[in-house]
Design a protein around this ligand. Structure first.
Ligand code: BDP
Length: 658
């Protein structure tokens, strides 16, 4: 029980079981055949008919209907991928032990493109990956084909993911060289029967670096011509190629601004190359520079003036929050601020800032917090989910940065699989609840036994709040150790280093208080939110306490809603985080015997690390901030067990490949 089967733990039907039922599929295309084969191999509850419905609305591809008709089950859909998703839905019901009579289920996806972004490098390392090396064996491809490529595609299809970016946004230009494109084609051919399309991250300087042009200025005709030829070459190999993901003029990557051009100039030049093939450009909005301006404001300032200038096959890919995948951020104010531009959310499934693959943190509550956030930018449908689902242009999309590697259990931590799962299921239906998804995943991955599913689903749903408490409560953010982002380093400072990469830039602790003043007296980032949010966030009395130190520099003695001081609340929050993780340990241990020993013990060991780390975070943050607050840790709370000086000496040997 090494976790390698993920949530797809159903047993194959035996020949005698198969004799008792018939899977009827009159279609021979690759995707419909996958659907039929999946049912053939695993479905044991009566006959199934797969039917393509010619009257299915064209604007609802991938949707399906499942009905019980007498003793048989009919899956109907407008296209073969709909049949495939319907088949996986049925198998999911079977595996959860659901009743199969009287079914009448209709489903359609929230987003047209439900996408994983791999940050995998061509040398086999994975940026911010904590599950071993890359799944893609570039040096072996296209000759040698790992069986895991197909297993990966199947797992994605089972949760509705239909698009993948294979390589890191910090992209090597080599991915566009002919020999690499042959490898990419091989993967695309393996993924296609599972309804999955391939995209690539590109390096904006590829025309110069790979094509030997004098530069990569997007307004230079030879440069645009180079991209056009490259796109044609790709589509000859991969006719359903999805398009390009682009990180430009961000963290040192090249981009159109190197030539005095705008993001729109760059994106539109690529869009023109892809347009004849119906390809898309996913242009990332993650840009910031070490200037005097608050980092949280910069993407908005850069992109809002460009609204209306992007071609209709460009989608702006925006991280959920304005900084960078922190345990908690308010939603990114770009959402809803560009009504003429298609926008999509980028989440991070890999736990760069959430304890890597050591901490059990279930991310559905984090994803939902952003998707459900009301931006007030339209009278109806003004949530982030609403805005990104009904953009002005061609296609709606959502992306998650993958947490997948070559580890036997794919994700490093057994429970990190739940984040891959929940991302895919929410991309399919943003209305699903964190709790129901946790239950679904647990019953399939461990067992449908309520004695296991009930307590563990509660634990999972609580785990996100726990990590916020023991790492960065009350709106604190980015006080991680430099570069690897694992442990605490609120004191971190590298003389001469970029201020916006230093923890003090974000926490601003001093003798008066702590927090980032983003109100009108500070950076005024609150003004990027619409009324009534800017007023609500902008006043210390009305700002939700979970964002307090995100938007305000608050005196240590400030009275919080519960009557205690800010300092005391910080102390209680850190302790609560520690207590929550210890509670998870006790809960987990009480389930011994309700699952296999291997996974039980592996999760148990990881929880020990998490409990130690939570104490480390608590002590580091409270002892350090106490040098400013000069206030005692409330007597009712546990005492620190570390010395601040000793914590400052910790240098983890965690290498970050960049
Ligand atoms: C940050 C990561 C960095 C990524 C960057 C990005 O630390 O490795 O390259 O985001 O999203 O979170 O481009």
């Amino acid at each position: 029980e090494d976790g390698s089967q993920l949530w797809l733990r159903y047993a194959r039907v035996t020949a005698s079981e198969a004799a008792f039922r018939k899977i009827h599929c009159p279609y021979r295309d690759a995707v419909a055949s996958t659907a039929a084969a999946e049912l053939q191999d695993y479905w044991r509850r009566g006959d199934v008919d797969l039917q393509l419905d010619k009257k299915w609305p064209k604007w609802q591809p991938d949707g399906y209907r499942i009905r019980s008709l007498g003793s048989k089950t009919v899956i109907s859909a407008g296209n073969s991928t709909g049949l495939l998703y319907g088949a996986f839905h049925l198998l999911r019901l079977q595996q959860q032990g659901a009743a199969m009579q009287g079914l009448d289920i209709s489903e359609k996806p929230s987003y047209a493109l439900r996408m994983l972004n791999h940050w995998d490098n061509l040398d086999g390392t994975v940026e911010r990956g904590y599950a071993g090396h890359s799944l893609w064996k570039w040096e072996e491809l296209p000759g040698v084909i790992s069986p895991r490529y197909r297993e990966y595609a199947r797992a994605n299809a089972s949760i509705g993911i239909n698009a993948v970016v294979l390589n890191n946004v910090n992209a090597s230009p080599l991915i566009l060289r002919a020999d690499y494109l042959e490898k990419v084609k091989t993967l695309a051919d393996i993924f296609r029967p599972y309804g999955i399309r391939v995209f690539l991250s590109i390096n904006f300087s590829a025309p110069a670096l790979l094509g030997n042009l004098p530069d990569s200025d997007p307004l230079r005709p030879v440069v645009a011509g180079w991209w056009k030829d490259k796109a044609d070459e790709i589509y000859r190999l991969i006719p359903d190629f999805g398009g390009f993901l682009v990180k430009a003029n961000s963290e040192g990557q090249p981009g159109p601004q190197d030539y005095g051009r705008t993001h729109a100039d760059g994106a539109n030049m690529l869009a023109a190359a892809l347009r004849p093939h119906r390809g898309l450009v996913l242009w990332r909005a993650f840009v910031y520079n070490p200037t005097a301006e608050d980092r949280a404001k910069q993407a908005y300032q850069e992109f809002v003036p460009l609204d209306g200038q992007f071609d209709d096959n460009v989608i702006l890919q925006i991280k959920n929050g304005p900084i960078d995948f922190q345990p908690r951020e308010p939603f990114n104010p770009l959402f809803g601020a560009m009504p003429k531009t298609s926008q999509m959310v980028e989440f991070q499934i890999t736990q760069e800032y959430l304890g890597f693959s050591n901490h059990l943190v279930y991310l559905a509550p984090l994803f939902k917090e952003t998707l459900d956030a009301q931006t007030y930018s339209r009278s109806e449908a003004g949530t982030v989910a609403g805005i990104t689902q009904r953009g002005p242009h061609l296609v709606s999309a959502i992306a998650g940065v993958a947490n997948i590697g070559e580890d036997r259990n794919w994700c490093g931590h057994h429970f990190a699989q739940a984040n891959w799962y929940a991302f895919g299921r929410l991309a399919w239906n943003t209305g699903l609840s964190s709790n129901s998804l946790a239950r679904e995943w647990l019953s399939m991955t461990f067992s449908p036994d309520p004695a296991l599913v009930n307590p563990l689903s509660e634990l999972m749903v609580e785990s996100r709040e726990a990590v916020v408490n023991y790492m960065m409560p009350l709106g604190l953010h980015h006080i991680f150790a430099f570069e690897h982002h694992y442990g605490p380093e609120p004191w971190g400072d590298i003389p001469g280093g970029r201020p916006d990469w230093m923890p003090w830039y974000y926490h601003n602790a001093d003798l008066l208080g702590i927090g980032f003043d983003r109100t009108a007296t500070g950076s005024n980032a609150v003004a990027q939110y619409r009324s009534p949010l800017r007023e609500q966030f902008g006043q210390i009395g009305s700002c939700p306490e979970q964002y307090l130190l995100w938007f305000h520099h608050v005196p240590w003695k400030h009275r919080m809603k519960n009557g205690r001081s800010l300092w005391d609340n910080l102390c209680y929050a850190y302790q609560q985080g520690v207590d929550q993780v210890r509670g998870f340990q006790r809960q987990w241990d009480s389930l011994e015997g309700k699952m296999d020993t291997q996974r039980f013990q592996e999760v148990q060991s990881k929880l020990k690390i998490q409990a130690r780390d939570a104490v480390w975070w608590r002590d580091a943050c409270l002892l350090y901030f106490q040098t400013f607050s000069k206030m005692p840790i409330p007597a009712a709370l546990e005492r620190p067990v570390h010395e601040l000086d000793e914590l400052k000496k910790i240098r983890l040997d965690l290498k970050h490949h960049n």
